[in-house]
Design a protein around this ligand. Structure first.
Ligand code: SAH
Length: 264
């Protein structure tokens, strides 16, 4: 099957799964996902699956990227903050839809590779830094939209809540363990934050501080630093988190659960 045919098959699948926003589907069509993954996985670039990108980290599954982007309700006037640059794929999708993306990654080598890709693809509206994304990016705040692509525990990082503009939206996976993670949409009103539980997912954890060389112990994989061998990527592929389709997924497309919290 040609790359184009695979891409069309993926787009059809996303539409069937509830991605109806034409601008999101257009961005998925225009950003070459193969440019964000190691060559040995290029034949799987348009499968709906997460893939290893090194340092024990994955590029998210296309359906999860598309769903989170759609739920973020982003437009071309928005300033967006992403936590977890990873491969740079999600940031590149957002870059097609908004004014500017600020993206933070705690693994320096992943960030360096992602920035190289933005250059090669001539994507000019992404600004990145290596830092602990849980602290946000105070010099650039407030943000119209925030997307977190690693899982928080029970609560979103307080700095990220503070750095949302009024009327702003944050999309963030949360849950104490991998078996009970959900994407939440948090909307900041004048006096309160509204939380909506969207779809069940499995993300790698949001971890504090900048990573030292190699993956942290809490992260998947147990290899040290250095060049990645094929086996290492393959090991990681087995351990990858993925979107888990379940009965609860019906909630996602037929109206999410909604509840409101007062700010602390
Ligand atoms: N958005 C990425 C997928 C990211 S996987 C993509 O499109 O490819 C999650 C990423 O979050 C990993 O790269 C991990 O290193 C990063 N991460 C985890 N905790 C973080 C933190 N506190 N600050 C910044 N990045 C973090």
């Amino acid at each position: 099957m040609t790359v184009l045919a695979r891409k069309i098959r993926l787009i059809m699948k996303l539409r069937k799964a509830g991605i109806t926003d034409a601008s999101v589907l257009g961005a998925i069509e225009r950003v070459p996902r193969e440019a964000f993954i190691p060559p040995m996985f290029h034949d799987q670039a348009y499968e709906d699956t997460a893939l290893p990108i090194g340092r024990g980290q994955p590029i998210s599954q296309p359906l999860v990227v598309a769903s989170m982007t759609q739920e973020l309700r982003v437009n071309d006037r928005h300033k967006v903050l992403e936590i977890g640059t990873g491969s740079g794929y999600q940031a590149s999708i957002l870059a097609k839809l908004c004014r500017r993306v600020y993206s933070i990654e705690r693994h320096r080598p992943l960030l360096a590779t992602a920035e190289q890709r933005f250059n090669e693809l001539r994507i000019r509206n992404i600004t990145c830094k290596a830092a602990d994304g849980m602290k946000g990016w105070i010099e650039q705040a407030p943000f119209d939209r925030i997307i977190v692509t690693a899982a928080a525990g029970d609560e979103p990082p307080p700095d990220l809540l503070d750095q949302m503009s009024v009327g702003g939206i944050m999309i963030i996976p949360m849950g104490r363990d991998k078996a009970s993670q959900f994407i939440y949409r948090i909307t900041r009103g004048e006096t309160e934050y509204t939380y909506e539980r969207l779809m069940p997912v499995r993300f790698v954890p949001l971890l504090p501080n900048i990573a030292r060389n190699g993956p942290d112990r809490q992260e998947q994989g147990s290899h040290g630093q250095g060049a990645y061998a094929q086996e290492t990527y393959e090991e990681e592929a087995y351990a990858l988190p993925e979107h888990v389709p379940s009965d609860e997924e019906d909630d996602f497309f037929s109206g999410a659960q909604r509840f409101a919290l007062q700010p602390a």
